[in-house]
Design a protein around this ligand. Sequence first.
Ligand code: FJE
Ligand code: FE
Length: 297
Amino acid sequence: MSSSSSSQNFVSRSVIKKVFAKLQKEGDGAVVRRGISRSEQKLLDPFLMLDEFSVSPPAGFPDHPHRGFETVTYVLEGGITHQDFKGHKGTIYAGDVQWMTAGRGIIHSEMPEEEVNKGLQLWINLSSNEKMIEPNYQELSSSDIPKAEQNGVQVKVIAGESMGIHSPVYTRTPTMFLDFTLEPGVQFHQNVPESWNAFAYVLESGEGGAAFGSSNASPVSAHNVVVFGQGNDGVSVWNKSSSKKLRFVLIAGEPIGEPVVQYGPFVMNTQAEIDMTIEDYHYGKNGFEMAKYWRSQ
Ligand code: FJE
Ligand code: FE
């Protein structure tokens, strides 16, 4: 029997929490649905935040800093132009990914390109020994992202591995980031390493929704995060709709197990490190040297 098409061979993790991503204001006139926030950080270590954004000019995310973690921006519609204080500049469009390691410090702007610009931004924590590394970018255009399809399931492998294909992204904090589309009535099982924390975020679903964990689980509709319990072989999902595709991202990562102290866009291990970060940002030190001179165009 084929290993990925049968559910009987696997024990699925079950859903331990469901969060509807409510709309809130962020940046300059932008609106985001925040699916993961502080209240999920303990359950979902190493993940800090998940925003589903929808932004139209002149709104956007003008010049702001980051330190101590990574941001992953996945554009679903339109384009986002990024500029930073080290001269890095570029636009990512639908299907493209920017995997940014802020490390010791980045100041950047993230602004919409078209009329309608939508996507996901995920924040992944870095372990204490990597929080102060040099900033780094990994940019993947849609064509660089491996895709596979079998038995009514399509996957785009943004990070990690699925259906035997691997993403070229280097994940400092081991992470799986998969974009699944299931045809109506289709079921699928995805393995997830046993010690990792995992969640799904539903992007599109029809009447009947998505059942995660067991075929008779209560259906989940778009804009919801489901947090999975630990252990077992991975995650099973059923598209209960008889007419509409189900699209969701499945994200999992190895927990870091360190204290998290967050002050807006700075994420460190202690309050003393946050105080130092605010000072570094204010005086342009320890990675924020260009803060005094740089403004986005
Ligand atoms: C931020 C100010 C900001 N969610 N989703 C303060 F502007 C931001 C921020 C974003 C963001 C950017 C994109 Cl492209 C997508 C986002 C927040 O840039 F996170 C804080 N704390
Ligand atoms: Fe940012």
